[in-house]
Design a protein around this ligand. Structure first.
Ligand code: TRP
Length: 327
C-alpha cells in the first residue's frame, strides 16, 4: 500500500498564522502532488468539545477552517477532506484503542498533566486516544503536526504497536510525525508559542482594521525611534521573517542595526506585507465564507469517501476482536 498522510486541525476559532505556516501550507504542498486518495485532511470537531464553550461557535469555526484550506489551494479531488464527526467509526475505534493502553501511561500525556486534574473533563484525558484513532483508522503513516503534537503521535505508535503484538498481526501502521524544523514551532505577538488559548495569534483573515490593531500589539522593548535595535531578539522581525524573502529580511535587519527606524515603521511594514502576501487567499476566504453551501457540499463529499475507507478498516478490526461485521 502507498503510504498515507493525515492531518487535522481542531475547530476552535479561525486557523491562525501559526497553523497556516506549520500545517496548512506544508500539508497542501504534499497532498496536492501525492497519489490520489492517499492524503487525509480533516477538521477535528470532536476534539474541540474538550472545551464546552466551543460548542456555540463550532459551525462557524468549521467553515473557517474549510475556507482556509480551500483559500490556500487544497485540491479536494486529490485528497480526502472531511469533518471528523461525520465519520463516527472513529469513536468506536477509540474505545477499542482505549482498552489497549494503560491508564498509567495516558496520565503522563502533557496536555493532561499540565492541567489541575480536578478541573479537567474525561474528554481531555481521552484526547490522545481519539487522536490515535483518527490516525490508525486510516492507516496513516505521515502525520504533519506542530511540535506540541509529537507526544500524541508517539502515543498513537505505542497503541498501534501494542495492539499489533496482542493480536499477533500487523493490523495497524505505525505513524510518524512530519514537520520542518523552522515551522514546527511558531511564536505569537508576545514571543510565546502562537495559540488561540494564549490570544497572541495573528489571524490573516481578519479585517484590515483588526489585523492592524493586532500587529500594533506586538511586544517590543522600549527603544526609541532613533536607537539601534537588535533584530535577533525582536518579535516583529521574527514574524516578518516567516513570510518574507531573504533579501526583504536583510533589508529590515539593516535598518534595525542602523537605527532611525522605529518599531512602528516595522509594524506597518509587516502589516502591509501580510495584506500583500495573502491578498489572494484573503479574497478566496471571503468568497467561501459567503458561500458556505459550497463548503457543506465539499464536506459531504469528503465524508462519503472517508466513511467507505473507515468502515472497511473498522470491520477488519472488529473481526480480530471477535465482533460481527457491520454493513
Ligand atoms: N490535536 C491536534 C491539534 O490540536 C488536532 C488533531 C486531532 C490531529 N487529531 C489529529 C492532528 C490527528 C494530526 C493527526 O492541533
Amino acid at each position: 500500500m502507498i503510504t498515507r498522510m493525515l492531518t487535522g486541525i481542531k475547530s476552535t476559532g479561525t486557523p491562525h498564522l501559526g497553523n497556516i505556516l506549520s500545517i496548512v501550507i506544508p500539508s497542501i504542498k504534499m497532498a496536492n502532488v501525492r497519489p490520489k486518495d492517499t492524503s487525509f485532511i480533516f477538521i477535528a470537531d470532536l476534539h474541540s468539545l474538550i472545551e464546552l464553550e466551543n460548542i456555540k461557535n463550532i459551525k462557524d469555526s468549521i467553515y473557517k477552517i474549510v475556507a482556509t484550506w480551500m483559500a490556500f489551494g487544497l485540491d479536494i479531488d486529490n485528497c480526502i477532506f472531511y469533518r471528523q464527526s461525520d465519520v463516527t467509526e472513529v469513536t468506536e475505534l477509540a474505545w477499542y484503542l482505549s482498552c489497549f493502553f494503560s491508564y498509567k501511561r495516558l496520565k503522563l500525556a502533557h496536555a493532561f498533566k499540565s492541567k489541575k486534574n480536578n478541573t479537567v473533563n474525561v474528554g481531555l484525558f481521552y484526547y490522545p486516544i481519539l487522536m490515535a484513532s483518527d490516525i490508525l483508522l486510516y492507516d496513516a503513516e505521515i502525520i504533519p503536526v506542530g511540535k506540541d503534537q509529537i507526544q500524541h503521535i508517539e502515543i498513537s505508535r505505542k497503541i498501534a504497536n501494542f495492539f499489533n503484538r496482542k493480536i499477533n498481526k500487523k493490523l495497524f501502521v505505525l505513524p510518524n510525525p512530519f514537520f520542518k524544523k523552522h515551522t514546527m514551532y511558531i511564536n505569537g505577538i508576545d514571543g510565546e508559542k502562537m495559540s488561540k488559548s494564549r490570544n497572541n495569534f495573528i489571524d490573516i483573515f481578519s479585517s484590515s482594521e483588526v489585523l492592524k490593531k493586532n500587529i500594533m500589539k506586538i511586544r517590543t522593548d522600549n527603544k526609541s525611534f532613533k536607537d539601534k535595535k537588535n533584530p535577533k531578539t525582536d518579535y516583529i522581525i521574527y514574524l516578518y521573517k516567516l513570510i518574507s524573502t531573504f533579501d526583504e529580511v536583510r533589508n529590515m535587519e539593516k535598518k534595525y542595526i542602523l537605527g532611525k527606524y522605529g518599531y512602528m515603521e516595522a509594524k506597518k511594514k509587516l502589516y502591509n506585507h501580510i495584506l500583500y502576501k495573502f491578498k489572494f487567499e484573503r479574497e478566496k476566504f471571503k468568497f467561501y465564507m459567503k458561500n458556505t453551501n459550497l463548503l457543506d457540499k465539499i464536506l459531504n463529499l469528503g465524508a462519503k469517501k472517508a466513511k467507505i475507507i473507515a468502515r472497511k478498516k473498522l470491520n477488519i478490526i472488529r473481526k480480530y476482536l471477535n465482533f460481527n461485521s457491520l454493513f
